[in-house]
Design a protein around this ligand. Structure first.
Ligand code: NAD
Length: 476
C-alpha cells in the first residue's frame, strides 16, 4: 500500500483503494492508502503546529526547496507522465506537457519567494509611517480534481508554500499515483515536518474532515459545481476564506472571415484533446451562416479521423474517458441530445480497442438549439455541439448565454470583432484565434459567473488568496 505523508512520516491507513488503468481495466496500478477522519485530523494538527515556524522561514530556504521540487519533477518527468497517462487516460504527449508545466510552476514560485514585497507610505498624521505587508494565511487545505493530476496540485501547493502557509493536500480518488509521486518529491525536498501533508481518500470523508476543521484558515478547491457549493457553505460557517474553480461550458465563436483550417484545428483541439475532460474545453462551437457549411464539413472529417486508443500507445490521439461513471454520464448526454433532435455528425458510440477500457468516439452534434440540455450543462467528455449564428452580434449573445464563464474563444480575421469580443465576452479568459483550452502558468487563471468563486489562481495573482495584508503604523 502507498501510504499517506503526515507530519514528516509515511503513514499507512486501515484501508486501501486499487488504482485502475482506464485504458486497460485489467491493469491494477497499485493500492493507495485511504485515510479516514483520524488520519486527516492528524495531518491538520501537524500543519497547524508547523505553521508558526514555516511562516517565518527565510525566503531563501523557501526558494531553494521550491526550486529543488521543480528540478526533481523535471528530472523524473518521464516516470511521472507515464503514471499520469496510465491512471488518468490522457495520452503520453499531453501527460508530459502537464508534468513539465508542474515543474515550471514550482520554479516560478521559487522566484516569487525572493520577490515578496510590501509598501511604505507616509501617514496623513505627521511623524507617523505606514508599512503594508503580506503575511501567510495559515494552515491551508487543497482539494483537487482528477483531470489535471499534477498541474492543479502544483499550482496550489507551490504558491501556498512560497507565501509561508502550511499544507494539507487531498488529491482526487481516481488519480492517487501522480499525487503520490509529487508528494514523494516534496517529502524529500527538505521541508520541516508538518509543513506539507498528503491525505488520500474519499471526498466525503477526507474532504469533509478538512471542511469541518476550524484550524484550516483557507481552502483552495477545484472540481465540480456541486462540491464547490459544499466548500463555499462550509467555509462561510467557519468564517474562512476559500476559492472554488469549477466547470465550464466554453464557447468558441467562428466568424465568416475566419481562417477555416485554423478554426477547425482550434475547435478540434479545444473540444476533444485530453478526451474533452478539461474545464476549459470548447463544448459549444458557435458558427456564423457564411462559413457554417464548410466548417461543419471539415470539422466532421477531422473528428472522424481522430484515433482513439490506449493512453500509452504512441498512435493514440484521444485516450479513454476516466472511468465507467464518467462514460455512462457522457453516453447519457449523447442520448439526451439525440432525443432533443440534435444531428449526430460524428462519434456517439463506444469504441472497441484491443484492451478493455472506457473508449468513446469524439462526438459532434450540429443543428442544436441553445435551450437543449447538451448546450446548458457541462458534459466533461469528448462531446461538442455546433450552434448556428446569423452574425457577430448573434454569436456573441449565444456565447454569453450560459451560467458558466471560464473561457471564451473567437476565430476571426477582423481586429474590430476580436477587440469587441475580448471586452464583451463574459468569461475570465478570452482566446483569439486559439483553442479555448491551453493556458500559460505565469498569468492569472479563473472564471466568472458559475465557474469560479474567490480570487484568481496562478502567477503573481496567487498572492491574493495565499496571503493576508497587514497595515502597520509607527510613530517614532
Ligand atoms: P469533484 O467535485 O467530484 O471532486 C473534486 C475534489 O473534491 C475531489 O478531490 C473530491 O474527492 C473532493 N470532494 C468530493 N466531495 C467532497 C466533499 N463533500 N467535501 C470535500 N471534498 C469533496 O470533481 P471531479 O469530478 O474530480 O472533477 C471534475 C470537475 O472539475 C469538472 O466540473 C471540471 O470542470 C472541474 N475542473 C475545474 C477546473 C478549473 O480550474 N475551473 C479545472 C479542472 C477541473
Amino acid at each position: 500500500m502507498k501510504p499517506n505523508w503526515i507530519n514528516g512520516a509515511w503513514v499507512p491507513a486501515g484501508s486501501a483503494r486499487d488504482n485502475i488503468n482506464p485504458s486497460d481495466t485489467r491493469d491494477v496500478i497499485g493500492a493507495y492508502a485511504e485515510a479516514g477522519r483520524a488520519e486527516t485530523e492528524a495531518a491538520i494538527t501537524a500543519a497547524a503546529a508547523a505553521f508558526e515556524g514555516w511562516s517565518h522561514s527565510p525566503v531563501e530556504q523557501r526558494h531553494d526547496i521550491l526550486r529543488r521540487i521543480g528540478d526533481d519533477i523535471l528530472a523524473r518527468k518521464s516516470e511521472i507522465a507515464e503514471m499520469l497517462a496510465r491512471e488518468e487516460g490522457k495520452i503520453l504527449r499531453e501527460a508530459l506537457g502537464e508534468t513539465e508545466r508542474a515543474g515550471r510552476i514550482f520554479h516560478f514560485f521559487a522566484g516569487e519567494a525572493l520577490r515578496l514585497s510590501g509598501e511604505m507610505l507616509p501617514s496623513v498624521r505627521p511623524g507617523v509611517g505606514i508599512e503594508v505587508t503580506r503575511e501567510p494565511v495559515g494552515p491551508v487545505g487543497l482539494i483537487t480534481p482528477w483531470n489535471f493530476p499534477i498541474a492543479i496540485p502544483a499550482w496550489k501547493i507551490a504558491p501556498a508554500l512560497c507565501y509561508g502557509n502550511t499544507v494539507v493536500f487531498k488529491p482526487a480518488e481516481l488519480v492517487p499515483g501522480t499525487a503520490w509521486l509529487l508528494s514523494e518529491i516534496i517529502a524529500g525536498a527538505g521541508l520541516p515536518a508538518g509543513v506539507f501533508n498528503l491525505v488520500m481518500g474519499p471526498g466525503r470523508v477526507v474532504g469533509q474532515a478538512m471542511l469541518d476543521a476550524p484550524e484550516l484558515r483557507a481552502i483552495s478547491f477545484t472540481g465540480s459545481q456541486a462540491t464547490g457549493r459544499i466548500v463555499a457553505e462550509a467555509s462561510l460557517r467557519h468564517a474562512r476564506r476559500f476559492q472554488a474553480e469549477m466547470g465550464g461550458k466554453n464557447p468558441l465563436v467562428v466568424l465568416d472571415d475566419a481562417d477555416l483550417d485554423l478554426a477547425t484545428d482550434a475547435a478540434l483541439d479545444g473540444a476533444f484533446f485530453s478526451t474533452g475532460q478539461r474545464c476549459t474545453a470548447s463544448s459549444r462551437l458557435i458558427v456564423t451562416d457564411g462559413i457554417h457549411g464548410r466548417f461543419v464539413e471539415m470539422l466532421t472529417e477531422k473528428t472522424r479521423a481522430l484515433k482513439v486508443g490506449p493512453a500509452l500507445d504512441p498512435d493514440s490521439q484521444i485516450g479513454p474517458v476516466v472511468d465507467q461513471t464518467q462514460l455512462d454520464q457522457d453516453l447519457a448526454y449523447i442520448e439526451g441530445a439525440r432525443r432533443d433532435g440534435a444531428n449526430l455528425r460524428a462519434g456517439g458510440e463506444v469504441v472497441r480497442c484491443d484492451t478493455p477500457g472506457f473508449f468513446l468516439a469524439p462526438t459532434l452534434f450540429t443543428d442544436t438549439d441553445p435551450a437543449m440540455r447538451i448546450n446548458r450543462e457541462e458534459v466533461f467528455g469528448p462531446v461538442a455541439t455546433v450552434l448556428r449564428a446569423r452574425d457577430y452580434d448573434h454569436a456573441l449573445s449565444l456565447a454569453n448565454d450560459t451560467d458558466f464563464g471560464l473561457t471564451a474563444g473567437i476565430c476571426t480575421g477582423s481586429l474590430k470583432h476580436a477587440q469587441h469580443f475580448k471586452r464583451h465576452a463574459k468569461a475570465g479568459m478570452v482566446m483569439v484565434n486559439l483553442p479555448t483550452a491551453g493556458v500559460d502558468y505565469h498569468v492569472p487563471f479563473g472564471g466568472t459567473k458559475g465557474s469560479s468563486m474567490g480570487p484568481r489562481e496562478q502567477g503573481r495573482y496567487a498572492a491574493e488568496f495565499f496571503t493576508t495584508v497587514k497595515t502597520a503604523y509607527t510613530w517614532a
